[in-house]
Ligand binder design. Structure first.
Ligand SMILES: [Zn+2]
Length: 313
């Protein structure tokens, strides 16, 4: 290989595993040439940095060049201090992760959150390929997302564009459903993700008198005739529809692509467009709600696309 050839590594850091994918950039087309997955050293920051060095070193060898790295990190980075906040990898909390990775990897790096990487992956070559704009909405253990315009991720002043899971719900909006304002780990109360994420749906089902069940089990109960499960799913759909209607009024995306565990719930694709439309005024078209092409596997791919976007700016 010559030094004029280009490539990128994308790394998706999760609570239990770190996945790296390397791509050769062939005239704009990304061809996967290497993939590796390791367990996340979750409690030891030095071990985490060493693992990242090892992964990238092996990926450089496979790609035949020292490639720039895009990284998808869970949680939020404090834009004032650069310190990692509310990550599900305990070793990273309070650390200046980006600075430490810069020092350890000695190359250009781009860092986005895992939801933004998901959105970028679905915008380029994924479910929203070719559309002028899209919103990638993750409904997993939390709720997050990213907005892409012409295949580019929009990050905003703080890098939190698309963090719809922490939109506050008003007590008046929850009262008709008989729901309280739940505390959120972000420090605020009534955040949307406490209700519409996977654990949020399970929490509402328990609140209505159901057992300790996963979203898939709740759907099965509803299909089996459980009124409690039906109620939890109806409230979930309504809160989700209301939130996505607000999103339509803010960004008017050409499609909404669902990600995370709840993207497996078939009824969302059938019923969400009408649930969104109920909260919009007549004459506003509802964007299609699409299943993901890459799903959870899109994190590392999106991270590689993120570093390419950053380098091309
Ligand atoms: Zn919150």
């Amino acid at each position: 290989m010559t030094t004029s050839e280009r490539g990128y590594h994308g790394i998706d850091i999760g609570g239990t595993k770190i996945e790296l994918v390397s791509f050769a950039d062939e005239g704009g087309h990304l061809r996967e040439v290497h993939r590796e997955r390791i367990a996340t050293p979750g409690d030891d920051f030095a071990a985490f940095i060493a693992a990242m060095q090892g992964l990238t070193g092996r990926a450089d060898a496979a790609l035949g060049l020292r490639a720039p790295v895009g990284i998808g990190l869970p949680g939020v980075i404090d834009s004032a201090t650069g310190r990692q906040l509310s990550s599900n990898v305990p070793a990273l909390n309070g650390r200046q992760v980006v600075e430490a990775l810069h020092e350890a990897l000695v190359r250009p790096i781009a860092v986005g959150n895992d939801c933004q990487c998901f959105a970028l992956s679905e915008a380029q070559g994924g479910a929203a390929e070719g559309l002028p704009s899209m919103f990638g909405a993750i409904l997993g253990t939390g709720a997050g997302g990213g907005f892409c315009l012409h295949g580019r991720l929009l990050r905003g002043l703080n890098g939190v564009a698309g963090e719809w899971g922490h939109w506050p719900l008003a007590a008046a909006q929850l009262a008709p459903h008989g729901l309280p304002l739940y505390d959120c780990p972000c420090g605020r109360r009534g955040c949307l993700e406490r209700y519409v994420s996977g654990p949020g749906l399970s929490r509402m089902y328990r609140h209505f008198g159901g057992g300790d069940d996963t979203p898939l089990a709740i759907v099965a109960h509803a299909q089996g005739g459980s009124a409690l499960a039906r109620r939890a799913l109806d409230v979930h759909l309504d809160l989700l529809g209301h939130a996505l209607a607000s999103l339509v009024l803010a960004l008017d995306p050409h499609a909404i692509v669902l990600g995370g565990g709840l993207s497996q719930l078939a009824h969302l694709y059938q019923k969400l467009p009408a649930a969104i439309a109920r909260h919009l005024f007549p004459g506003v078209r509802t964007p299609p709600v699409l299943p993901p092409v890459f799903g959870d596997a899109g994190g590392a791919r999106g991270a590689a696309l993120l570093i390419r976007q950053q380098l091309n700016d």
